[in-house]
Write a protein that binds this ligand. Structure first.
Ligand code: FNR
Length: 418
């Protein structure tokens, strides 16, 4: 972490800008309109994203002085992993929009920092391949899996089994995306995610998913295959020189995954606490519920025997005008009262932001867009440094505010402005 600061002191420019606004501005210039709309966009008029920012800005750090901060640590323990900082790489689907093989590069970055990467269920690279990449960097580097509860229970079991197989330390079940939010930036350019098949590799590589697609094809509900112009030209050139019987074999459509099939399967709007309570029989992994915002749901989560929650509004991408995750956290942390792990995300973009969220009672935070912007600017190194910058600022903020470790931080480190 100190390297970044030292570099600045000695006049070297960093791999990616060291503050979020400049990081975002520079990343935008590197991204396609589609990628920008999808990554940066929020639900509706962007009110939840604005609320996330406002809630952080309403909290002020009140530093303490003369407390010997020469020895500090940001280390925490989380579900059996010792982490150098209380930060995780949030699951981000359809990362291929930004760079081909995005998930692999982000896995590489997270492994370099020793921080968990939560594999998205809508990843563009099979979790097995991301895990292998991470092991090359740091054998056993921590990783989690994020699950969208499918309409097909067997697919859920298959994904959980694979997550166990790749050595996940926990499974995060995302609850706020039983359907996609109203995202004008994507809608206005006719570019909803997955329209061109980004973010479905996690599914298409799954044995149960392949089975479902074949079953649907057998029932005659398979969609017409989409064939690109280039493929069509190739087919015509082949057809000119091929006997008819052979040709039929070439053009017989494979059971193919269309966007509609994917949308039908990926998430279950009828999901309830019953399914969550069945998780204990489905997997031995610690279970974390992602997208909890109401204190009553947090209480219910504790009663359901899950191991943690992530207080999150999905980066402001699902409901326009939802409560900020920071205000939600302030209400939820006292209710949970340390009985299970509480993580938080959405709009946490600097070391000072992380400090405030930890002070409000989070055990750790997840970071989403910053690592995607770093990726857009400088690949795996950029994804790594976007988060390393946040860690470096967090360490300085701890010291300057008079604190030496995550555990002793309480809401008294903050004042709430009106
Ligand atoms: C997400 N998020 C997300 N969450 C999840 O559980 N599964 C997923 O596949 C995705 N996909 C996704 C794509 C993109 C482009 C973004 C920006 C976000 C939500 C993500 O895990 C996290 O909750 C937010 O990104 C946190 O907010 P910030 O840090 O981006 O403001």
């Amino acid at each position: 972490q100190n390297d970044i600061y030292q570099a600045g002191v000695h006049g070297r420019t960093p791999v990616v800008p060291t503050d979020f606004d400049e990081l975002e501005r520079r990343a935008r210039a590197e991204m396609s309109d589609r990628a920008w709309a999808y990554i940066a966009g929020g639900a509706g008029g962007g009110r939840t994203m604005a609320a996330n920012r406002r809630a952080l800005d309403r909290r002020a750090i009140v530093p303490r002085v003369l407390r010997d901060v020469s020895e500090r640590t940001l280390e925490i323990e989380l579900f059996g992993d010792r982490l150098p900082a209380p930060i995780l790489f949030a699951p981000v689907g359809a990362g291929d929009l930004v760079a081909r093989g995005a998930d692999r590069m982000i896995g590489h970055a997270a492994a370099e920092l020793g921080l968990p990467y939560i594999f998205s269920n809508q990843g563009g690279v099979r979790m097995e391949d991301v895990a292998a990449e991470m092991d090359l960097v740091r054998p056993g580097a921590p990783r989690w899996f994020q699950l969208y509860w499918s309409t097909d229970d067997d697919l859920v079991d298959s994904l959980l089994q694979r997550a166990e197989g790749v050595g996940a330390s926990a499974v995060a079940v995302t609850l706020d995306t039983t359907m996609l939010g109203w995202r004008p930036r994507d809608l206005n350019i006719g570019s909803l995610p997955f329209a061109r098949g980004e973010g479905i590799a996690q599914y298409t590589s799954d044995p149960r998913f392949t089975e479902i697609v074949s079953e649907r094809a057998a029932q005659g509900s398979s969609e017409r295959p989409e064939i690109s112009l280039g493929a069509l030209r190739t087919l015509f050139s082949i057809a000119k020189n091929t006997p008819g019987s052979l040709l039929r074999n070439i053009i017989r459509p494979e059971p193919r995954v269309g966007v509609q099939t994917f949308l039908d399967i990926y998430s279950r709007p009828s999901l309830s606490w019953t399914e969550i309570e069945s998780l204990r029989e489905r997997t031995a992994l610690p279970v974390v519920l992602k997208g909890v915002l109401h204190p009553d749901d947090a209480r219910r989560a504790v009663d359901s025997g899950v191991d943690g929650i992530i207080v999150s509004n999905h980066g402001g991408r699902q409901i326009d005008g939802a409560i900020s995750s920071v205000d939600a956290l302030a209400a939820i942390a006292p209710v949970v009262d340390g009985r299970i792990k509480v993580l938080a995300d959405s709009g946490i973009y600097s070391g000072a932001d992380v400090f405030k969220v930890l002070a409000l009672g989070a055990d750790a935070v997840c970071i989403g867009r910053p690592h995607m912007y770093g990726l857009a600017l400088a690949g795996a190194d950029g994804a790594r440094d976007a988060v390393a910058n946040i860690i470096a600022e967090l360490d300085l903020t701890f010291g300057l505010a008079g604190h030496t470790n995550v555990d002793e931080l309480t809401p008294e480190a903050l004042a709430t402005l009106v």
